[in-house]
Design a protein around this ligand. Sequence first.
Ligand code: SF4
Length: 750
Amino acid sequence: MTDSWTPTACILCECNCGLDVELGGPDARHLVRLRGDKRHPGSRGYACEKAHRLDHYQHGKDRLTSPLRRRPDGTFEAIDWDTAIAEVAARLTAVRDTHGGDTIFYYGGGGQGNHLPGAYATATRKVLGSRYRSSALAQEKTGEFWVSDRVMGTATRADFEHCDVALFLGKNPWHSHSIPRARVTLKAIAADPARTLIVVDPRKTETAELADIHLAVRPGTDLFLMAALLGLLVAPANSARLDHAFLDAHADPGELALALDLLAEIDIDACIARTGLDPALVHRTADVLANAKALASFEDLGVQMNRDSTLVSYLHRLLVCLTGSFGKPGTHFAATTLVDLGNGASSRLSPVAQARIVGGLVPCNVIADEILNDHPARYRAMIVEAANPAHSLADSKRTRLALAALDTLVVIDTAMSETAKLAHYVLPASSQFEKAEATFFNFDFPENVFHLRRRLLDPLPGTLPEAEIHARLCEAMGAITEADYAPLRAAASQSRAAYLGALMSRVMPNPRLAGLAPVLLYRTLPLPDDRKEGAVVLGLVLKAALEHGPSLRRAGHAPDARSPLDLASALFDTILDSPSGTVFAVDTWDEVRRRIKTPDKRLHLYLPDLADALRLALATPEAHDADFPFVLSAGERRSFTANTIIRDPEWRKKDPAGALRIHPDDAAPLGLTSGDRVRLTTRRDSVVVPVEVSDAMQRGHLSLPNGLGLGYDDAVTGIAPNELTDTADRDPFVGTPWHKRVPARLTAVA
Ligand code: SF4
């Protein structure tokens, strides 16, 4: 290793693998070579092909370099930062003072690798009294969060490194990752005859190709497969293999009995028939699950953005619990985290659509409904940060209408996104390599990792890190003054201990200041320039030290520290001094079993509302729509897709236009071969798209990649999937969109 390599991380998926970067080119600002960073304690040198061309992100032609203000004619004019901050602060406070802070909606807060903006935005939202928010998580995970919270009181992840049976539901980790070193782990499972890799996916994906059992269900029939598997699991022949010791120790006995009765009612043969699978293969799978010593499982967007998604999550939870796949090596765990992302508690409704808010997130599919009406509580203003809802939310046309109907739309982003084009003000953020950054998607076990990436490059002139933007907004709104900073600065000049003491005694007990803590930390905590935006992490570490002291101590952070403050201080110093990341918590499996956090610490396996919905769903005949005979999966992860993080189409080495994948038997009647174009029509739009004929697809199933259809350099490449989707197609419980089940038809074009 030479001095020319500098550690950072990939920003293209939630794994945030550690990278070494070599800078070069004009002003040494280009990321000319990248490779996996072997010192990163989580990824240990791993990186997939997506990471190697990150310079297309750093040097996108649509990087913003000046705040922009919309003119009455719809064009933008550049303004200076002082003017922008003053006007944005004035407009947002005017909305607050006229209509109430609840009418200011916040969307985003971070992409795959930049979660610190969302942490700083909490201060701005506090000043504005903004209580409603959402993010991409509400497009995917809220059903799982809601069910997990009700059943177990916690979200879980699984230990695929040590399982003997790995089950992926609607997931292709080869491309979507989500587990550390995904391809290494998948290959290891596939190569070991003592282990079984099970993939549930209509497509023959790269992961399915490796699988011992590929359950290629008919699209949208995952619920029937799960019902059949659970019906088989509780059948008399297998029921002795349920983990009765685990269930006796942890489950509510009355609810366990009801859940077993519910599963015993299932018409297994009818369910299997709906899936289109060979019954023998389903029976074999049930045997494998029943005999698993350590089952690790993962449900993802293939089922979570599909019909019956929350019911599938419920049955998945039952599978985990009935097989005792929690709290022992190779099974599920609840990790120590710095930020609790998996809180599925739901006691609030959105103000207009009265949609269930899970984990604090308003369902994305009702956001337009919350705006496009005359209700006095409708959202009047929106702050969008590091997100692109005009592209990523269902029914882009209606989303654009909603965004255009707002009194004020402020977008904070690095590039001129589809959402920024609709904004009243656009505030240009520094890139993820031009500031200190981090992700809170840290779910490793038993050793969990945190990586505060250092600033690699100076901010592009004209841009500001989000921490600075939020600090300036809070100051411009008159919420923070020098008098608030002074005691913390004085304490900081003495010692870290004095600073933490001032934080605990002056800030945290004061509701006004506690809500502004991120900005107070950012302005007063002395840090090196290349880690300045990491200030907010001290607050998170302090909270973790108070809540998870033993786990942090096991990681070797000041094991002799007498107080949580000493522990927090030591861990924060380690984080600052670890350019490739550090292990911040070490857990034990015994401890995991104590992390069932329902109010009575029991597993609640029978959820009456979901049980009723399950009975109804299983009894409802398949509906066929002759107008739309195909099922379109709108947004498939492929080799070179990464949401909308990289806008430059040159980044993609493969499939630059984002072809529609189609089975050969569906292509033939239309006379299609790969590269031909076809008209694709849904209830919301009709587009012409190139096709790729692929036997990875099933008959009747189509797929388009995610992240295409972005405007770049005066051209749009590919189809934006949400031009084709409909907000009405959503889960009835938590509102997650059915992007993977869009009714569609094809017609030939000349
Ligand atoms: S895309 Fe994900 S798995 Fe691939 S290098 Fe980046 S962070 Fe790692």
